[in-house]
Write a protein that binds this ligand. Structure first.
Ligand SMILES: CC(C)(COP(=O)(O)OP(=O)(O)OC[C@H]1O[C@@H](n2cnc3c(N)ncnc32)[C@H](O)[C@@H]1OP(=O)(O)O)[C@@H](O)C(=O)NCCC(=O)NCCS
Length: 220
């Protein structure tokens, strides 16, 4: 899985910039860079650095388990400046959740105590993230019945708007299809209107809606 892209559709570098980037499998040594991308895009697509006291919490939730448990479906975007994005997938969400319960969350639960629910209104952003380590959201059975796989995608601003997101989604969806998945889903906050527009544009439709978030899906 390696692909040189010479998209010239502009993007953050402007029309004259050439967004030259490679798509390749993530490697264990990418972990810190992938965590940085996660933090830099963790506030509804914007930089969450100022919101999180612990810069690793978002990565522990949304990157670490995929590198640890589903590395063959962890895909990085690398440009001349280094790792600039990722798409991370899980083939069978139910199985992934069960393996994470055994192999990923226990060590983090020891390291990050569960915040006291009695003072929930005073929780900081870090407290809310630590809460998710203790109670990670589970995909709904009616979603996984038809769309058993799921994914997360995040690209740094310098690589946005140049076609890389579409190519990365296609790369991951091809890999999921090859492994027999009939469908993939993802969650997105309603505030992230740009990502929602992108997902619709690349073929995802709404499966479920809550006041704060949407679950979107695509059959493969
Ligand atoms: C959302 C994100 C993955 C999209 O990737 P991208 O590389 O910027 O998107 P692309 O350039 O590949 O765009 C693909 C298509 O979506 C369309 N699109 C992208 N953003 C759009 C928008 N705001 N409105 C309408 N269409 C949009 C593009 O026009 C393009 O259409 P085309 O291929 O038919 O011409 C990327 O911008 C990103 O990582 N953002 C920050 C992190 C984030 O929000 N992640 C999602 C968390 S749920």
């Amino acid at each position: 899985m390696a692909d040189r892209d010479r998209s010239r559709r502009g993007g953050a570098r402007g029309g004259a910039g050439v967004a030259l980037a490679e798509i390749r499998r993530c490697r264990p040594g990418d972990r810190a860079d992938l965590y940085r991308v996660c933090l830099a895009t963790g506030d509804s697509g914007g930089d969450a650095s100022a919101l999180c006291r612990d810069p690793d919490l978002l990565g522990h939730l949304y990157v670490g388990p995929y590198l640890e448990l589903e590395q063959s479906l962890a895909i990085a975007l690398v440009d001349g400046e280094g790792v600039a994005g990722y798409v991370l997938g899980a083939l069978d969400t139910r199985d992934f959740e069960a393996r994470a319960e055994r192999l990923w969350w226990p060590a983090l639960r020891r390291r990050y105590p569960e915040p006291d629910p009695a003072v929930r209104p005073t929780w900081t952003r870090d407290d809310r993230l630590a809460h998710l380590i203790h109670r990670p959201p589970r995909a709904a059975p009616e979603i996984t019945a038809t769309h058993p796989s799921h994914l997360h995608i995040d690209l740094l601003p310098r690589c946005q708007g140049a076609g890389h997101g579409r190519r990365m989604m296609a790369t991951l969806c091809d890999a999921l299809r090859e492994r027999g998945s009939p469908g993939v889903h993802l969650g997105v906050g309603r505030r992230n209107e740009r990502a929602i527009a992108f997902y619709h544009r690349v073929g995802f439709t709404e499966l479920r809606a809550s006041p704060d978030a949407l679950t979107l899906g695509q059959l493969l």
